[in-house]
Every structure is written in C-alpha cells, then in structure tokens.
Design a protein around this ligand. Sequence first.
Ligand code: THU
Length: 163
Amino acid sequence: MKEQHYNVTVKVFEGLNELTRQDQLLLEKAIAARENAYAPYSNFKVGAAALLDNGEIVLGSNQENASFPSGLCAERVAVFQAGARFPGVPILSLAISAGSDEEPSKEPAAPCGNCRQSIYEYEHKQGKPIRVILRGSLGPVYIINAISDLLPLGFNSSQLNSQ
Ligand code: THU
C-alpha cells in the first residue's frame, strides 16, 4: 500500500489592488455580471467572467427557475457560452464573484461540484490550465492555478473506453 497525496495551492490576496491589472479587470467584470443574475429563489447572486486566449471576455450569471433543478450556475453559463461562441479558443482564466443580497459574503465561494466538472472538461480538451479567481462580495481574493486542482482525480474523456 502506498498513499498518493493531492495538494491544492490557493494564493490569498487581501484585496483587488494586490492583483495584476488583467486579473483585477476580469474580477471587476465578474462582480458587474452579478447584477444580471436571475436569483429570485435563493437571492444568492453569482457572476463569472472568462478570459479567452483571443482576448475576448465572456460573462455569465446564475439563472434560476421555478423548477429549481432547471436553473444553471454562473460558471456554466459563462463557459458554455464561451464554447458556443468561440469554439476551440482556450479559456485562460475564470473570475467568479458570489454573494447573497441580504448579507454580503466575506469569503469567496468556490464553484460547485457540477461546475468543477464542466470547467474541467474544457481544461482537459484545451490542454492548458484554466486559472480560477474567486471573491465573495467583500474580502480576500483566492487564485487557484488550474480547475483540476479543485477536482482531484477528475473524470475525463481518457477514461471512456472509446476515447
Ligand atoms: N451558484 C452558482 O451560480 N455558482 C456556484 O458555484 C454555486 C451556486 C448559484 C446556483 C443558485 O442559483 C444559487 O447560486 C444558490 O445555490
């Protein structure tokens, strides 16, 4: 028996002003995208902004539904839109800002399991890491170098027999 260890490094920044200009701008777009969230059921608004290798920035926000499971998270709205509008163009970074209307979140919210899997699909396909930049409504910023760091032992197409 041996043990394998999977580590995740999270870079913690005290605020937006510690980020590179490019990361700052991307996060500001994610924060602004939160305003377009349609979240009447949870009142928890999430905005996402994906920076693509061609310089385009694609936005997303969570879109809820009276039939709850039919809604979609901000991250998937953004990355699916990137895939649909710019097929084959790698996603370099994804900034995410999340928080409830009633109580500003002081800690970043990391993407849910479904979103990690969906984002990882693109990272695996493009063979280049997708950086993840996280912030609540206030407080510190977390940067993770690759979505696969948040999905150890992630499932990908190489595990399917036919691939
Ligand atoms: N949500 C996101 O948009 N991203 C996440 O990573 C976590 C949750 C949304 C889904 C739902 O509209 C609301 O936040 C509450 O779960």
